[in-house]
Write a protein that binds this ligand. Structure first.
Ligand code: DX5
Ligand code: ZN
Length: 227
């Protein structure tokens, strides 16, 4: 299984956005998490298409675009054209989720489904085959710097079991409250794409990346030995 640390630029200093993205890239990160918020599905607004397009000109990082918008279908094309590699939409926000996932693929992007903490894993039963990734929110979406919700660990475990029982090679992403303490339980439960905002974009970005990547690599190594 491939593991990725995926820094969320929501926690970056927007004055120095380019510089901070370059720092995570130099530290060995391959994926970048970009949070799009509409002020409706979630209570606040973050960034939009121009930010994605500007970053795309400067970096070849894999852009993991997490859209927290009500009925996001009409936004997908613009984000794909701006340079998104993965587009993730919320199951709770899409009336026609099957169609929306199909549209993401038609635009040449990978497709992800996000579910809020209160949404059960069972909503994925009919659509898991249509997704490249499922994002288990481990906080209520809308803000960085919140506390990890512990009952979500069991949801990660159930989802990994669901994917394995169907022999589906699925990225399982976790987002919210992940830091040097909480990361162990999500890895152990079966997550392989680890979003971290405030745990990366703090005082010493290279050191934060080094520490989190180190934990992931150590886990990966021990998992290989257990196999
Ligand atoms: C929350 C966002 C997250 C956020 C995570 O709605 O989807 O990506 O940036 O921030 P931390 O890692 O600080 O909880
Ligand atoms: Zn996110």
């Amino acid at each position: 299984m491939e593991y990725q640390l995926c820094p969320s630029i929501l926690a970056a200093d927007f004055w120095r956005l380019g510089e901070e993205v370059a720092q995570v890239e130099q530290a060995g990160v391959k994926w970048l998490h970009i949070d799009i918020m509409d002020g409706c599905f979630v209570p606040t607004i973050s960034m939009g298409v121009p930010v994605v397009a500007s970053l795309r000109k400067r970096t070849s990082l894999f852009f993991d675009v997490h859209i927290m918008a009500q009925e996001p279908t009409h936004l997908i094309k613009e984000f794909a054209q701006a340079g998104a590699d993965m587009i993730t939409v919320h199951a709770e926000a899409c009336t026609h989720l099957d169609r929306t996932l199909g549209m993401i693929h038609e635009l040449g992007c990978k497709a992800g489904i996000a579910i809020n903490p209160a949404t059960p894993v069972s909503v994925l039963e009919n659509v898991i085959e249509l997704a490249d990734m499922v994002l288990i929110m481990t906080v209520n979406p809308g803000f960085g710097g919140q506390k990890y919700i512990s009952y979500c660990t069991e949801k990660i475990r159930r989802l990994r079991e669901m994917a394995e029982s169907r022999e589906k090679d699925l990225y399982i992403e976790v987002d919210g409250g992940i830091n040097r303490e909480t990361i162990y339980q999500v890895l152990e439960a079966g997550a392989n794409v680890i979003v971290a905002g405030s745990a990366v974009f703090g005082k010493d970005i290279p050191e934060n990346v080094r520490a989190l990547k180190g934990i992931i690599e150590e886990y990966e190594h021990s998992a290989d030995l257990r196999r």
